[in-house]
Design a binder for this molecule. Structure first.
Ligand SMILES: *[C@@H]1O[C@H](CO)[C@@H](O)[C@H](O)[C@H]1NC(C)=O
Length: 403
C-alpha cells in the first residue's frame, strides 16, 4: 500500500538536497494553491511537504494521498509538529496494520531527551545541545528568543524545542464534560417551552444534529433528546425531524411550545424555514430568528465567529456551574449518541485560520471540533441550545429572539 512512502522529519538542508536531486513537487504550506484542482493529475517521484503540519489537510487527502498510491512515489515531510490532533502528528504515529510497526520512517529531533523530559525539564537539555544547528547556536540569541516566547510555554516547546504539547486550545474543560454526561435527572416540571437546537448539514460533512432541552425549576438546562444523522435528501430531513419531535412529545405536554434554534449558515433561510415548517407539524412552535426584517421575519440564525464564541462561553459556564444535565430517559435514535456528544465537546478547540487574501491581516480565531475530518454537529447544536435559549423573547407569535 503505502510501503514506499517515508516520512523524514529532518532538518531543512536535507530537504534542499532532495529538491535538487529529484523531480519535485514542493508544497510550501504558506503558498499552497487555493484551488487544489491545479495540482491534480500530477505524477511525482518525490513529494516534499515543507512545514507539513501547516498544510491544509484537504490538500493532503485530496492531492497528496492519491499521488502516494502510485508505485515508487516517495514522500518527504518535514515540520515542527503541532498538537496531537494535527494530521501530521497522526501520520507520525500511524501503524502498518500488517506488521504493527510504524507506517512511516520517522526521524524525530527533540531538544530534550526522554530522561530530562521525564524530570519535567522544559528547556534545551545538556544532552541534546549538539543537535542545535550552528546557525542557531548562539547563547545570546537564545536568551532573546526565550524572552520573546515569554508567557507562551507551549509555543516555545513547539517551535524551539520541536515538542508538541497537549492541546491547550480546548473550548471546554474535560472534567465538566464528564460530569455533565454522567448526570441523569428525572423531569420535575412540566415545561412550557422546549428548545430544539439544530445544526444543519454543511461545511464538508452531511451530518445534522438535533439537541433538545428545557429548563428545570432551578434554571438548569435539562437535555431531553439528542440525535445526529447523515442527511442527503429532503425526505430524510423530514423523517429525522418527525422522529425527534415525536420522541420529545412523549415527555412533554401537548401545549408545550417547541422553540427552534436553527443554524442557517449553510442552508440559508430556505432550509431553516423548511425545518421550522416541519417542526410545526408537531404542535405549537416558535422559531428563534436573527432576521433583521421587521415584518415577516424568517426563522433561523446566522452564527458569526463572534456569536460562536458567545455560544461557547455560555455553554462553558453552564458546564462549569453544573447548570446542565441529562434527562434520565434521554431519547436518541442511536445508542452512543451521548458518548459521541461528549467526544465532540472534548474535541472542540480554537484554531487560527490565516487570511486567504492577505498575510498581514490578523488571523481569525475559530471554534471547531472537525479535527481530522470528524464531526462537530452535536457540539454545535448544544452550543446553539445553551446560548439562544437564554433570555429569549417572543417577538410576534411566530418568531423569537434573544434579548
Ligand atoms: C435542576 O438541574 C440541576 C442540574 O442537574 C440540579 O442540580 C437541580 O437540582 C435541578 N433542580 C430541580 C428543581 O430539579
Amino acid at each position: 500500500m503505502l510501503r514506499t512512502v517515508y516520512i523524514f522529519a529532518i532538518v531543512c538542508w536535507l530537504t534542499l538536497i532532495a529538491v535538487g536531486l529529484c523531480e519535485e513537487a514542493t508544497l510550501h504550506s504558506d503558498e499552497a494553491p487555493r484551488d487544489d484542482d491545479r495540482l491534480k493529475g500530477v505524477g511525482a517521484k518525490v513529494v516534499i511537504l515543507e512545514e507539513a503540519s501547516r498544510l491544509d489537510e484537504a490538500v493532503f487527502t485530496e492531492v497528496i494521498v492519491p499521488l502516494l498510491n502510485v508505485r515508487d512515489t516517495a514522500m518527504l515531510a518535514i515540520s515542527t509538529p503541532l498538537d496531537e490532533n494535527n494530521f501530521y502528528s497522526t501520520l507520525l504515529q500511524m501503524k502498518d496494520p500488517q506488521t504493527d510497526g510504524p507506517m512511516f520512517r520517522v526521524l524525530e529531533i527533540k531538544l530534550i531527551c526522554e530522561a530530562c523530559a521525564a524530570k519535567g525539564i522544559k528547556d534545551v537539555c545538556p544532552h541534546r545541545r549538539e543537535l542545535i544547528p550552528p546557525w542557531k547556536n548562539d547563547h545570546r540569541r537564545e536568551i532573546m528568543t526565550k524572552a520573546l516566547f515569554e508567557g507562551q510555554p507551549r509555543m516555545y516547546m513547539q517551535e524551539q524545542l520541536g515538542i508538541p504539547s497537549g492541546s491547550d486550545a480546548r473550548c471546554f474543560d474535560v472534567d465538566s464534560i464528564d460530569r455533565f454526561v454522567a448526570t441523569s435527572a428525572d423531569m420535575t416540571n412540566d415545561p412550557q417551552y422546549v428548545f430544539v437546537g439544530i445544526d444543519t448539514c454543511g461545511g464538508g460533512n452531511n451530518f445534522m444534529a438535533i439537541v433538545s432541552g428545557c429548563y428545570n425549576r432551578s434554571n438548569a438546562l435539562q437535555i431531553l433528546a439528542v440525535d445526529t444523522a447523515p442527511i442527503t435528501s429532503d425526505m430524510q430531513l423530514e423523517a429525522e425531524i418527525a422522529s425527534h419531535a415525536t420522541r420529545l412529545r412523549k415527555h412533554i405536554s401537548r401545549n408545550a411550545v417547541l422553540v427552534s434554534i436553527i443554524e442557517a449558515n449553510y442552508g440559508g433561510w430556505v432550509q431553516s424555514s423548511r425545518i421550522a415548517h416541519l417542526l410545526e407539524n408537531h404542535g405549537p412552535a416558535l422559531h428563534v430568528t436573527c432576521d433583521k426584517k421587521q415584518e415577516n421575519r424568517r426563522p433561523g440564525i446566522y452564527t458569526t465567529w463572534e456569536i460562536k464564541e458567545r455560544m461557547r462561553h455560555e455553554l462553558q459556564r453552564m458546564l462549569r456551574e453544573n447548570r446542565i444535565c441529562l434527562f434520565s430517559e434521554v431519547a436518541s435514535t442511536r445508542v452512543g449518541d451521548v458518548v459521541e456528544l461528549a467526544k465532540q465537546l472534548k474535541r472542540c478547540e480554537y484554531v487560527y485560520k490565516a487570511s486567504t487574501t492577505s498575510a498581514t491581516v490578523e488571523r481569525k480565531r475559530m471554534i471547531t471540533g472537525k479535527v481530522n475530518g470528524q464531526n462537530d454537529d452535536m457540539a454545535i447544536a448544544l452550543m446553539l441550545l445553551s446560548y439562544w435559549s437564554a433570555h429569549f423573547i417572543n417577538v410576534n407569535g411566530k418568531c423569537a429572539t434573544r434579548l
